[in-house]
Write a protein that binds this ligand. Structure first.
Ligand code: AMP
Length: 420
């Protein structure tokens, strides 16, 4: 017996019965994003591994544990993209986009890849809708980008989410904060979970959002507020919050929100949904003012976010949509010469923009073809048999009323066009 293949772990087929959820979400995303002045960009799904290591940070969980590297190209290691920002920073620099416009607003919709242990809402291939606005360090834009994420969610009719925001400050503030955190956590180092003991060295901020109860307690006792922020950073954050208030965006300040990637500075935010279980983040983002320059580009402030499509769809319950009317017209014919004429006619109908189909089986009875037409929810069935061929006329049946009439063959396209 030959082997039956299964879908790779951590991936999912999007079947025709599900696709309309995806298409609706993509279409309304494009509409909203274009209203805000964003243009679509498509970059390759793989890049040099070093681009991700440099952008996200060598010591981050994504780079350390989740990057999926392609086998084969030993000289120039390539990896599937785990997120969208690094690729966009690369193309922004490579195409000197800063020379063409002072502010660039880009969006993407597409698959991302992370080598994760599969669980509900956590896949190895998942899809994101994301934006990057590059070219200014104005807090107004941080607020606008957050408001845009919220606007998208309301367009997708997703309710019951929480928006949490925080500020990490400048890279200087971050450095001081990490020194401060290490000093404070040093006394409790042995009580931290194994992961956090590693994070203490590699990426101390991640201790703050560890889910382990023991770690949570230790972090809680640190009583962190915004003392790590310089007064400029605090002012910056105040402006972001004031603008969010102007825009009527409800948020919660969360001093422990740090995000996993190195490139963030100033504002970070996360949107979560309680209906999702342990993988409750719908999307996240923030400002990254140094990334473009660190990758060899100009100094360019930037802010962005990514929303996870699978998780957004999960909040909606994933109802299957029955296959709807598939064609308007079904062409039933029998016998070689009739079928030949039917093929020509079908081609003409399709070129007139009329959705139409036929049975490709030469021996199928008219009865079984009518059954097939019913299944495809055809509004009209055209019969083309020997009689019709002789008369150069088609029998047109309205499937709703059951009425039949003969229509001259050369008129049939026009007649149907007028009825649908
Ligand atoms: P992140 O860059 O990790 O903040 O990802 C942004 C969003 O993408 C998350 O909030 C999730 O909605 C989604 N996401 C990230 N990783 C996965 C995954 N492994 N499976 C499904 N969705 C994911």
């Amino acid at each position: 017996m030959s082997k039956k293949f299964s879908i790779p772990r951590g991936t999912a087929d999007i079947l025709p019965s599900d696709i309309s959820h995806w298409q609706t979400m993509e279409q309304s995303a494009r509409q909203v994003l274009e209203i805000y002045g964003y243009k679509e960009i498509r970059t390759p799904i793989f890049e040099e591994t070093a681009l991700f290591a440099r952008s996200l940070g060598q010591s981050t969980d994504v780079v350390q544990k989740q990057i999926l590297t392609l086998a084969g190209d030993k000289e120039n290691s390539l990896s599937l993209r785990p997120e969208g920002t690094a690729s966009i920073a690369r193309t922004y620099i490579e195409n000197s986009i800063d020379k063409k416009e002072s502010l660039t607003k880009l969006y993407y919709i597409g698959p991302m890849f992370r080598g994760e242990r599969q669980q509900k809402g956590r896949l190895r291939q998942f899809h994101q809708i994301g934006v990057e606005a590059i070219g200014t360090s104005q807090p107004l834009l941080d607020a606008e980008v957050i408001a845009l994420a919220v606007h998208l969610l309301s367009e997708f009719e997703i309710n019951g989410y929480q928006l949490r925001i925080n500020s990490l400050g400048t890279s200087e503030d971050k450095k001081n904060f990490s020194v401060f955190l290490r000093e404070k956590l040093n006394q409790d180092l042995a009580a931290l979970c194994k992961d956090c003991q590693g994070r203490f060295e590699r990426n101390v901020f991640r201790v703050l959002d560890c889910k382990n109860e023991g770690c949570k307690k230790i972090v809680h006792n640190l009583n962190l507020k915004d003392s790590h922020l310089s007064s400029e950073s605090r002012q910056y954050f105040n402006k972001v919050k004031a603008t969010l208030n102007l825009l009527n965006v409800a948020y919660q300040e969360e001093p422990l929100l740090v995000r996993g990637l190195d490139y963030y500075t100033h504002t970070v935010f996360e949107i979560s949904h309680t209906g999702l279980g342990s993988q409750d983040a719908l999307g996240a983002g923030g400002r990254y003012d140094n990334l473009i320059e660190e990758l060899g580009g100009p100094k360019a402030g930037a802010v962005g976010f990514a929303l996870g499509m699978e998780r957004m769809l999960l909040t909606k319950g994933g109802t299957e949509i029955p296959l709807d009317s598939v064609v308007d017209v079904f062409l039933a014919s029998r016998g070689e010469s009739c079928i030949e004429q039917a093929v020509i006619l079908l081609n003409q109908l399709r070129h007139l923009g009329i959705s139409s189909d036929m049975s490709y089986e030469p021996d199928a009875s008219f009865k079984s073809q009518t059954r097939l037409a019913d299944k495809l929810k055809a509004k009209y069935v055209l019969f083309l048999g020997e009689d019709e061929l002789k008369e150069k006329a088609i029998t047109l049946k309205d499937m709703q009323s059951g009425q039949q009439e003969k229509v001259p063959m050369e008129k049939i396209g026009e007649v149907i066009q007028n009825r649908i």
